[in-house]
Design a binder for this molecule. Structure first.
Ligand SMILES: Cc1cc2nc3c(=O)[nH]c(=O)nc-3n(C[C@H](O)[C@H](O)[C@H](O)COP(=O)(O)OP(=O)(O)OC[C@H]3O[C@@H](n4cnc5c(N)ncnc54)[C@H](O)[C@@H]3O)c2cc1C
Length: 407
């Protein structure tokens, strides 16, 4: 054991969730080692043009951890969400519900931020963090629970002894597979085609989501006259669309978006993501905790996957800080179970909500069609239901950890 490197917490995965987890722990005095296979954490080398809808509470988390910096100018506030449904034969749409920012004194429920901007801000903060050692170009191969800690083996022959192992290795976690963790898994038989577009009209901060039987298409406001497109489609058709020539792709996109965006041109490559629901049955064990997409991958229709991972960070940090304060072992199952309990409802709510909405709308059944129209009309005409919806989108429900509150 003497030749082992030692640390308090080892984090596997330097994506957005792993990087921010490292920052949160370092800011709270923990000693952290962060491991990622790419040449830098939150790697920009393999970066693609994608963006995220970040909720109001996620924005607060970034602010509280000193990552916000000059991001204020980079975020595009979402001022309105419009939900519509495509009419079966005609390529026109019926508006079902509209969610305005109700209270002018409050900040918007969500913001759009581009991947490059958030990764650049995270990297700057990580480089300045004294308590984080970053190991790039290597990955975690295996883990063995030992007395008082875990021995984690990397593919560069290094072994690290840590009191706690935090796993954020993304969807289809290879680490979870290595240790035979059980998932609840559902293949949606859909892909999401993602691209940024330029357009002539101003988006005025409006986000649009139009439901088709193959899956929803969303246009989300970016800085300037630009929007991010997230187009969910049945798998076979989706791959075909994503590989089609630029002109054909734009033609079909224009028809799908009705008149939401005018005079569209591509501002990026198109990327395809296969869609599935994947939830770890138990996301904590003695000395080990899974967070972010390694613990829960959900349908992107509500733009909440990353927000869920960011809330994991805030809750886990609070549990570890409080545990350490009273002399608890930070890798003990008792302490980690408290974290699991805290996060279970949010995880359940969002995975079942996104799964349910996708099933309800990716369907041509006449009765379901009538029911969903009725349901959304009811929400549209009820201020209380709208407020509940907006609070959920903002991430403001349940018992909020300190890091998600304005300080
Ligand atoms: C089309 C689409 C649109 C989306 N839009 C939104 C949105 O608007 N809002 C939102 O909140 N969410 C959105 N999401 C979800 C969001 O993209 C994910 O939740 C988020 O990117 C997950 O981040 P992560 O850090 O957990 O995983 P990842 O970004 O996958 O990072 C995992 C990291 O682990 C590393 N790694 C892998 N294996 C190992 C190993 N063995 N050892 C060490 N490191 C390893 C990888 O190199 C990588 O850097 C969307 C998802 C999709 C598919």
């Amino acid at each position: 054991m003497n030749n082992l490197k030692r640390t308090e917490i080892l984090i596997a995965g330097g994506g957005i969730v792993g990087s921010l987890m490292a920052i949160a722990l370092a800011e709270n005095g923990f000693e952290v080692v962060l491991v990622d296979p790419s040449s830098e954490t939150s790697s920009q080398t393999n970066r693609i043009c994608r963006s995220y809808a970040i909720s109001r509470t996620s924005k607060i988390l970034l602010k509280n951890l000193g990552v916000w910096g000059n991001l204020d100018e980079k975020f595009e506030p979402i001022t309105k969400i419009v939900l519509s449904e495509a009419n079966k034969e005609a390529m026109d749409v019926t508006k079902l519900a509209e969610f305005d920012l109700q209270d002018e004194s409050k900040e918007p429920t969500s913001y759009m931020v581009e991947d490059l901007e958030i990764r650049t801000a995270l990297n700057l903060k990580l480089q300045a963090s004294k308590n984080v050692e970053i190991l790039t170009n290597c990955k975690v191969l295996s883990e063995e629970v030992a007395k008082g800690g875990s021995i984690i083996s990397l593919d560069n022959d290094k072994r690290i002894y840590a009191s706690l192992f935090v796993i954020c290795d993304g969807p289809k976690s290879s680490i979870a597979k290595t240790i035979n963790k059980k998932f609840i898994f559902k293949d949606y038989n859909q892909v999401a085609i993602v691209a940024n577009v330029n357009h002539k009209n101003r988006h005025k901060g409006e986000a649009h989501q139009i439901f088709f039987t193959g899956g929803p298409i969303a246009s989300l406001p970016l800085k300037g006259n630009r929007s991010a497109i997230v187009w969910s489609e049945e798998k076979k058709k989706g791959f075909h669309v994503s590989q089609s020539k630029k002109e054909n792709f734009l033609e079909e996109l224009k028809a799908k978006l009705s008149n939401v965006l005018v005079d569209i041109s591509l501002d990026s490559e198109k990327y395809v993501f296969p869609l599935s629901l994947s939830i770890l049955r138990d996301f904590v064990d003695e000395r080990r905790v899974f967070i972010g997409d390694s613990a829960h991958t959900i349908h992107p229709l509500a733009g909440q996957g990353l927000n869920l991972g960011l809330r994991d960070i805030a809750s886990l940090t609070e549990i570890l800080v409080n545990g350490k304060k009273i002399g608890e072992d930070i890798g003990s199952i008792g302490l980690l179970k408290r974290y699991e309990q805290w996060r279970s409802f949010d995880r359940f709510l969002l995975s079942s909500y996104t799964d349910g909405i996708n099933a309800l709308f990716s369907n041509d059944n006449k009765i379901l069609r009538a029911l969903r129209r009725l349901g959304l009309k009811a929400i549209d005409s009820s201020t209380n239901l709208k407020t509940a919806f907006m609070n959920e989108a903002a991430g403001e429900y349940g018992h909020l950890p300190i890091l998600l509150k304005e300080m």
